[in-house]
Write a protein that binds this ligand. Structure first.
Ligand SMILES: [Zn+2]
Length: 284
């Protein structure tokens, strides 16, 4: 029987993502406030279906909306590091990024009593320092890259990239990459804004989007006997009524098609069992 794993990940960044981009108007904050209602709905759905999941929560969210963060932890879900302020690592220097990682982890440890094992970069913007910092801090996995779709792999450090030269691949590290993709993320479809211009989003039809998400699983089932598919949701995006209906539908179809739901941390354990030597993308 095939091992077809699905990880549901929730980037619970509410207002933090907006504030990090200077979106601090009352209206912008209210869009983040909707996360309070959304988290309640999502946790009820996950509990009802007995589905474990992984939540990447910036320290700013943990400390601004503590009851939401407590409810996620009380629901038995994994909590991963998503920075403290949700500033992109690309605009920080190495020390600044290290400080974000540390303060983000401390906020989570204060909540759960345990250091987070996983990381997702705010905006998925890994810097040239990110992988080394994550290894130094003892993280088990990152979930920000898009180098594969169904098979995790070892994150590299020290690639040399120059316009006129071929790639020089750096070394594989102990950090496991649990890949993601924009097409498996709710935000680009529903709430992507021309933020700088303050333009409102132009949401897609959620019923069409869910077919894309389902087909991604069906391809895995058709061609692989082992794989991990990771979806990314944002509570304040997926938590709208019409989108909750398609999420309910997605979960029902995935289960019917044979998906096993895992936290990302548990999926890393499965990966290590399946690929004891790790999977390398170096020079493929
Ligand atoms: Zn985020």
């Amino acid at each position: 029987m095939a091992d077809l794993f699905v990880c549901l990940s929730f980037d619970h960044d509410n207002v933090a993502a907006g504030i990090a981009r200077d979106m601090v108007s009352i209206a912008a904050i209210s869009r983040g406030d909707f996360g309070i209602t959304a988290v309640r709905r999502l946790l009820a759905l996950l509990a009802e279906r007995r589905i474990p999941s992984t939540w990447f929560i910036p320290g700013h969210t943990t400390e601004s909306y503590p009851s939401c963060a407590h409810a996620v932890h009380a629901g038995g879900h994994e909590i991963g590091n998503h920075g403290w302020t949700h500033r992109s690592p690309l605009i920080l220097n190495r020390d600044g990024e290290a400080e974000e990682l540390m303060s983000g982890s401390m906020a989570i440890e204060a909540l759960t009593g345990r250091r987070p094992r996983g990381y997702r970069a705010p905006g998925r913007d890994l810097s040239p320092h990110s992988v080394d910092l994550l290894v130094d801090e003892g993280f088990l996995y990152d979930s920000s890259m898009m180098g594969q779709d169904y098979i995790p792999y070892q994150a590299r450090t020290g690639d040399r990239v120059a316009l006129l030269d071929p790639m020089e691949f750096g070394a594989d590290t102990a950090l496991v990459e649990m890949p993601v993709h924009w097409s498996l993320d709710d935000k680009p479809y529903f709430e992507a804004t021309g933020a700088e211009a303050g333009a409102p989003p132009r949401p897609m039809n959620a019923r069409l989007v869910v077919e894309t998400w389902i087909d991604e699983f069906r391809y895995m089932k058709k061609h692989l006997d082992w794989g991990v598919l990771t979806y990314t949701f944002h509570p304040h995006v997926i938590g709208r009524g019409h989108r909750m209906l398609v999420l309910e539908h997605l979960l029902a179809v995935l289960r019917r098609e044979g998906a096993t739901f895992l936290t990302l941390e548990d999926a890393v354990t499965e990966y290590r069992r399946k690929f004891p030597d790790g999977v390398s993308l170096r020079g493929r």
